[in-house]
Design a protein around this ligand. Structure first.
Ligand code: SAM
Length: 237
């Protein structure tokens, strides 16, 4: 092929790209539809046959706790607490006095609207006016504020003392990616990470994929729950 033909073809490619960028439809819903099959590709690569799949997330928590923690102590960090439903479950699940539980949340809602396949959840949806959940457990501390303001300060003082369990229930890509990347040094092999909205393909799923790619991390899938990987538990390698 002559140089002139190669140049002409390159010009057509560039013009097509510009035309698509300018007149194409920027649609979150289309983006989601196009990306959803990535979960099936991921499943084939990451989820061995026989991996436990539960109906409810609490069954998955109980399984992970029984299989991997047993009667050991944990350092449990939950990012996205809201009214404390999952946090309360974990404080009841693990009774060791030396376990520590930390609940991170703005307690003012999400930092941005959560755009989902089936519509969107506005920022204020999880706004509890700064009121902390009523969980009576002296092992528990709350870290109110945006993760982007609180995590680095927390990390300056935090010394891991037990099996780390990280629970990401912050719905948004930005929040999940921020937490994973800032906590990378803490996520030593064996760390358990739980996602609450894993099949939200442009959010927690994308955050895990992008974090693992950028930081060259790998993991094993421990269990899932809810329809087709709604919730997921992994262990870092
Ligand atoms: C789905 S709710 C958590 C639900 C809770 N784990 C439960 O089981 O009921 C998500 C929470 O993440 C919090 N959140 C998301 N991104 C955040 C961020 N960047 N900083 C602080 N809080 C955030 C929101 O305030 C919201 O309360």
């Amino acid at each position: 092929m002559s140089v002139a033909v190669q140049r002409a073809m390159a010009a057509v490619r560039i013009k097509s790209k510009v035309a698509i960028a300018r007149v194409g439809r920027d649609s979150r819903r289309l983006d989601t539809i196009v990306n959803l099959p990535k979960i099936e590709t991921w499943r084939r690569e990451h989820v061995p046959d026989g991996t436990p799949a539960f109906a409810q997330r609490e069954e998955m928590y109980d399984h992970v706790h029984a299989q991997l923690i047993g009667d050991g102590a944990i350092d449990y960090l939950e990012f996205g607490v809201f009214e404390g439903q999952s946090l309360r479950h974990w404080t009841q699940l693990n009774q060791r006095p030396e376990s520590r539980f930390y609940g991170f949340d703005s307690f003012e809602g999400l930092p941005e609207d959560w755009k989902r396949f089936d519509g969107q959840m506005v920022k204020a949806h999880f706004d509890v006016d700064g009121v902390l959940p009523d969980i009576d457990d002296e092992r528990l501390s709350f870290v109110p504020g945006w993760f982007q303001d609180t995590v680095d300060i927390f990390l300056e003082k935090f010394e891991p003392q037990a099996q780390l369990v990280l629970h990401i229930d912050s719905d948004l890509y930005s929040s999940a990616l921020y937490v994973l990347t800032r906590l990378n040094a803490l996520l030593v092999p064996g760390t358990i990470v739980i996602f609450d909205e894993f099949s939200s393909v442009l959010n927690e799923f994308a955050a895990l994929e992008h974090y693992c790619s950028a930081y060259q991390r790998e993991y094993d899938v421990l269990a899932s729950a809810w329809h087709y990987f709604g919730h997921l538990a992994i262990r870092m390698r």
